[in-house]
Design a binder for this molecule. Structure first.
Ligand code: COA
Length: 163
């Protein structure tokens, strides 16, 4: 399926202090419990030299996809990636992931790390198909409320030769 005709992925925007409320609104549509980021968390990224991110937006909807990274030594950690439910399964998540990998290489990183909830087959499918391998797990890492705790799977990918 093609991208929405009014979405140009070549024009992804860098996360800045603008749009924190809208990005938090997008996050609320995509996550539950302690995984939802507040506007302040998006604002904090924009003023932190070791965190960076990009988002895609279309005029009538606002932001429809976002990815945020944290540089730590030789690694870059994917802190969050999310696509608006109405725009999923058309390649936006994969594009965002490939974009941040290439940007991380440009920033001198050699590996991407990430955590993913064990009950999230869509995201695990994306990461596996992009060459990420399982490197560990964290018990009861995500809190979905009402006492429901979900394990995190840790995944990594060397990015010196992404593709
Ligand atoms: C995970 C997420 C970012 C994927 O974004 P997306 O734009 O829908 O993904 P894409 O269209 O680029 O699909 C890429 C791959 O992801 C996997 N995938 C995506 N949607 C899927 C689905 N409904 N069922 C199974 N696999 C799926 C597939 O491997 C797919 O590749 P394919 O189309 O070649 O089969 C999106 O589902 C999302 O925002 N989920 C909620 C937030 C979240 O869980 N983020 C990840 C936290 S670790």
């Amino acid at each position: 399926m093609p991208f929405p005709p009014n979405l140009s992925l070549e024009s992804l925007k860098n996360l800045t202090s603008n749009g924190a409320n809208e990005l938090s609104g997008l996050h609320m549509r995509c996550f539950q419990g302690n995984e939802v980021w507040s506007p302040q968390e998006f604002l904090d990224v924009s003023s932190d030299p070791v965190r960076w991110g990009v988002y895609a937006e279309i005029e009538e909807e606002g932001p429809i996809g976002v990815a945020v990274m944290l540089d730590t030594g030789d690694d870059s950690e994917l802190l969050t990636i999310a696509v608006h439910p109405a725009y999923r399964a058309i390649g936006i998540g994969r594009y965002l992931l490939q974009f941040v990998e290439e940007t991380a290489i440009g920033r001198g990183r050699s590996r991407i790390l990430l955590d993913v909830a064990a009950d999230n087959p869509d995201a695990i499918g994306l990461y596996t198909s992009e060459g990420y391998g399982r490197s560990g797990s964290r018990k009861a890492y995500y809190d979905r409320g009402d006492g429901l705790k979900i394990d995190a799977i840790q995944m990594t990918k060397p990015i010196t030769e992404v593709r």
